[in-house]
Design a protein around this ligand. Structure first.
Ligand SMILES: [Zn+2]
Length: 237
């Protein structure tokens, strides 16, 4: 079985092996890559973070296993940078926590666009909050950002409710479970839940703004889904 795909996650398995998760436009695959952590492995480059490769896989009784892999596009500039690796961990963790493995491929257009923009030097904090909002939308946890979640009015939105995930108007916000935010931050939150991949580079936000949004999303995720995203720590530095 031969497939082309983008490496989304690599999990160390035993001493020299790894479980590799790969996606393309149509599907998601996981396979065991034996010996790829050995220096002399000829397949190791094909399963590096963000690599786009051609894989020849064989079916075994335990699932798919890698026969040979060859690089199509290495994205080596990203892989060799701290930002690139941080984003790889973040994208892999967020995707695998919120989507079922068979659905990982649904994130492919978004991830491809994030990679392209990271390579062009676009702000990674902005891309991180956009990607997290994208995954929340995709998994049914998207925030309600066009009206007050409680009364439905569109005017006088002043806060975000981080327990239910959505906008609150001045009358409905009770000061619990969330925070009053500036108009600009509310606009940023609305934007990240609406923006389509082709528009991801429309605007870059300030780092501080992104970190505030990130911590609100983190609070929501902790409270609602009860996940602690480990990769957030590196991003928040
Ligand atoms: Zn209201």
């Amino acid at each position: 079985m031969e497939i082309d795909g983008l490496v989304l996650r690599v999990n160390q398995y035993r001493d020299y092996d790894a479980m590799v998760c790969v996606i393309n436009e149509r599907s998601s695959f996981s396979f065991l890559a034996r010996g790829i952590r050995k220096i002399q492995s000829k397949n190791s480059f094909s399963v590096l973070p963000f690599a786009e490769s051609h894989f020849d896989l064989m079916k075994t009784k335990d699932g798919l296993s890698l026969k040979t892999g060859s690089i199509i596009k290495s994205h080596s500039k990203l892989r060799d940078s701290f930002i690139g690796l941080t984003m790889f961990d973040f994208i892999g963790e967020v995707t695998s926590k919120f989507l079922l493995e068979k659905d990982y491929y649904k994130a492919y257009p978004s991830i491809k666009r994030v990679i392209e923009l990271l390579e062009s030097g676009f702000d990674h904090y902005t891309l991180a909050i956009i990607y997290l909002a994208f995954i929340l939308n995709e998994s049914g946890y998207g925030w309600s950002v066009d009206k007050c979640q409680k009364c439905g009015q569109k005017d006088d939105i002043v806060a975000i409710n981080t327990s239910s995930g959505g906008f609150m108007c001045r009358d409905c916000f009770d000061g619990q479970n969330g925070a009053k935010l500036s108009t600009r931050l509310l606009k940023i939150i609305r934007y990240i839940f609406m923006v389509k991949p082709e528009m991801y580079d429309h605007i870059a936000f300030e780092k501080d703004e992104c970190l505030v949004v990130l911590s609100l999303l983190e609070e929501f995720i902790l409270g609602t889904v009860e996940f602690k995203l480990k990769s957030l720590k590196l991003l928040q530095n």
